[in-house]
Design a protein around this ligand. Structure first.
Ligand SMILES: [Fe+2]
Length: 274
């Protein structure tokens, strides 16, 4: 963790607001702001309803990541489950293997399914999409990569007993340029259910990384001290996800968040996807 003056310098670039503006988004893009916390973005009642419906859903699946084990690629489970298919596991999918085709096929249905679980409220991601479109000068739209409409808005459930697996090493999220060339990639997380102890978002205030950057196996030990953000239920946190980040280990009940990526290109609509 950061200490003393260094901590104060980075923390002053964590902005807390009750509502966000275009300027706030631009400050995340330029790096003037490391993280934006929109307090109470989604009400406690709406958060509880959506979290309870997600936990009851039969469509929740394991969120696995491809990892290389002695030269072999394996799908590894890190204790995170999800509703909706994320695109970042499909970057290396081969033409004709059906994986990206499956992603595009489920996109519209997944958005509608989540909408049903949040009803009669909007999903927090639907609300964010509307407000970004209203507030950004060039608007905001669900991305089309490879000429097909993306999914925008997934829900992730992190299991407390396995939460240490997401805490060990930081990672960063950067869309490969074959899909879109972006000036910046932001992430939005809305916290529907938060643990009492732990579960902070850990961020490293270092320059954002490009999609082709390779990181050392023990990245944490080579990074400067981190800063930690402890969101409350209903808060939304936006940050540049090309910076290293991790979720701290936690105890107690599972942690549930709604999530979306936003790609920024100067003079163009924000592109939104998962
Ligand atoms: Fe991430």
């Amino acid at each position: 963790m950061l200490e003393g003056e260094e901590l104060m310098g980075s923390l002053s670039r964590v902005k807390r607001v009750k509502d966000f503006s275009e300027l706030d988004i631009e400050m995340l893009v330029t790096g003037e702001c490391v993280a934006l916390i929109v307090e109470g973005y989604y009400s406690a009642v709406d958060s509880d309803r959506l979290a309870a419906n997600v936990l009851k859903s039969k469509r929740v699946e394991n969120y696995t990541h491809e990892v290389s084990d002695e030269g072999r690629l394996e799908e590894k489970y890190f204790g995170v489950d999800r509703l909706g298919v994320p695109f970042n596991g499909l970057y290396k999918a081969k033409a004709g293997d059906g994986k990206r085709e499956h992603y595009y096929q489920q996109a519209k249905q997944s958005i509608q399914y989540l909408r049903g679980l949040a009803s009669p409220a909007l999903t927090p991601i639907d609300r964010l999409r509307l407000e970004l479109d209203e507030r950004m000068s060039f608007g905001a739209t669900v991305a089309s990569f490879e000429g097909q409409k993306m999914l925008a808005g997934i829900v992730r459930i992190t299991r407390s007993d396995l939460s240490y697996l997401s805490a060990e090493q930081p990672h960063f999220d950067a869309l490969p340029e074959q899909f879109a060339r972006l000036d910046a990639q932001l992430a939005a997380n809305v916290y529907l259910k938060v643990p009492d102890k732990g579960g902070e978002l850990e961020l490293w205030d270092v320059p954002p990384l490009g999609p082709l950057t390779t990181v050392p196996a023990d990245w944490r030990s080579e990074l400067p001290p981190s800063l930690r953000i402890k969101p409350l239920k209903g808060d939304m946190v936006l940050f540049n996800c090309r910076r290293p980040h991790a979720i701290c280990e936690f105890e107690g009940e599972d942690r549930i968040t709604a999530q979306m990526f936003m790609g920024y290109c100067s003079g163009q609509p924000l592109q939104m996807w998962n």
